[in-house]
Design a protein around this ligand. Structure first.
Ligand SMILES: [Zn+2]
Length: 476
């Protein structure tokens, strides 16, 4: 079942995130990581270097109050007072005099301290160990760092990344590489570069910059990222390729340089250092059985959980597509929890041609087909795809797909409706994308759990996807 709020237009939600995302491209940041959360503080350029508001840094860490008294600024934090004076390098932190490399600046009651000075004053102020990775402007408080290991496994090649704590990177897939950006996770690495000497996955390199860490995996073919172990493990393996024999319609090859970025994160840099890999002709359907794990979805009837029905329906859809020679993968083939973002990330990394999210409901009859309704954006088209509206360039394909599925449902006289909905993860997916809500037949909810009815619906949806194939491949 689709959460009700998804069906209403929701401007405020999306615009808030968009503003953050835009800011991330423009500003210098300092990220502070604590054992349970992290936050970002704006870095301001002043005559004597880079500064931050000290109150911005300490307020999320504990009760803090400040007051200005002439050119003096007093901070009460941790039960003790610290003193700062405009134009002076010398500061008094909880009774101890310390000297910073540049003077305090006071502007409109706000005390700015040099970023460089944080390494000196924070351990005393917070009474805690602080790992300040200054060039990257990442400040890790109280041993909050997340480390990881990268292990290459052979036959078939896959890279298994184990993290000491759950992580939630954004992932961008580019020709020749996959980039994972960790903005909220205090990920650190023991080595900057690891070479694997593998034909598929050649290296992993780690870099930190502007309050974020980036892990770049170089590969000779598109990779698919899968999250397991409550987001502690990310496995990268070759994205499934359709066998050439199953390609009755060879797609138009994309013009050089026209490969769209498949995820929405940082501006897509051109991967000039690595030879771009020509994508093999393929038509890949990524099927997303909604819900899973602790997220049970709706309780459709006594003992009938939506998460079980979505998986059963997704498997039938995969089987129906297979019969038409179309490759597909399931984002989960068991009772596992996957976040909405990760569903989109996995689909984008796999360079899906079609993304189908599968839901089940008990209100109404037949099938509902949803396409994404996106918040309006004033962004000019450019290299960057905002995550919240990543679907924007694919809406036309998505409605063509929706129409094609609806046409097949009509042919089979299956009751159905098409509607746009504010719906994650559709809004983050960079391919034709629909959500299908499977509803009972005339015999009520029991029919939805019954094999023959499920098969009829899935056969119709698969036929709709296959019928849309020519249109989608030409545009891809
Ligand atoms: Zn649902």
């Amino acid at each position: 079942m689709l959460p009700e709020f998804h069906r209403r237009p929701g401007w405020a939600l999306a615009i808030g995130c968009l503003a953050l995302l835009l800011g991330a491209q423009e500003e210098k940041h300092l990220t502070v990581y604590m054992p349970r959360n992290s936050f970002t503080v704006a870095v301001r350029d002043r005559d004597k270097g880079e500064y931050v508001s000290l109150l911005d840094v300490v307020q999320p860490l504990g009760a803090a109050t400040a007051k200005q008294d002439g050119d003096k600024w007093k901070l009460r934090f941790g039960g003790e007072e610290s003193q700062f004076q405009a134009g002076k390098n010398k500061v008094k932190i909880r009774g101890k005099n310390m000297e910073m490399s540049a003077p305090v600046v006071i502007e409109n009651g706000v005390a700015l301290v040099p970023v460089h000075g944080l390494a000196q004053i924070l351990p005393r102020l917070l009474n805690s160990a602080v790992d300040f990775r200054e060039p990257a402007r990442r400040l890790i408080v109280g041993g909050a760092a997340t480390d990881f290991s990268a292990e290459l496994q052979a036959n078939p090649s896959r890279l298994v990344l184990h993290f000491s704590k759950p992580v939630n990177p954004s992932i961008a897939s580019e020709p020749g590489r996959v980039r994972m950006t960790f903005t909220k996770d205090p990920v650190i690495a023991a080595a900057a570069v690891q070479n694997f000497g593998d034909k598929l996955i050649t290296s992993a390199s780690f870099a930190e910059h502007n309050g974020a860490a980036e892990l770049t995996i170089a590969a000779t073919a598109p990779l698919l990222a899968m999250f397991t172990d409550d987001n502690r493990t990310i496995t990268l393996a070759a994205a499934p390729q359709a066998p050439i024999a199953a390609q009755p319609h060879p797609p138009a090859s994309p013009a050089p340089g026209q490969q769209p970025p498949t995820s929405a994160t940082a501006p897509a840099k051109q991967a000039t250092a690595l030879a771009p890999v020509a994508p093999r002709p393929r038509f890949l359907v990524v099927i997303d059985p909604a819900h899973g794990g602790d997220d049970r979805g709706a309780l459709l009837a006594a003992g009938v959980e939506e998460k079980e029905l979505t998986l059963a329906l997704a498997r039938r859809l995969r089987a129906a597509l297979e019969r038409s020679g179309v490759s597909s993968i399931l984002l989960r083939d068991g009772d596992t929890a996957i976040s909405l973002d990760q569903r989109a990330i996995s689909a984008n990394t796999a360079r899906a041609t079609v993304f189908v999210s599968v839901h089940a409901g008990n209100l109404g009859r037949g099938v509902r087909v949803y396409t994404a309704r996106l918040a309006d954006t004033t962004l000019k088209p450019g290299a960057m795809l905002p995550w919240e509206t990543a679907q924007a360039s694919y809406l036309e394909e998505s409605s063509a797909l929706s129409g094609s599925i609806a046409a097949e449902l009509s042919k089979r006289e299956i009751q159905h409706a098409e509607a746009p909905a504010q719906l994650r993860p559709l809004s983050h997916v960079t391919s034709a994308a629909v959500a299908i809500e499977f509803l009972p037949g005339k015999d009520g909810i029991a029919s939805l759990a019954a094999a023959p009815y499920q098969q009829d619906l899935c056969a119709a949806v698969a036929a709709g996807i296959v019928a849309a194939r020519n249109t989608l491949e030409v545009r891809k």
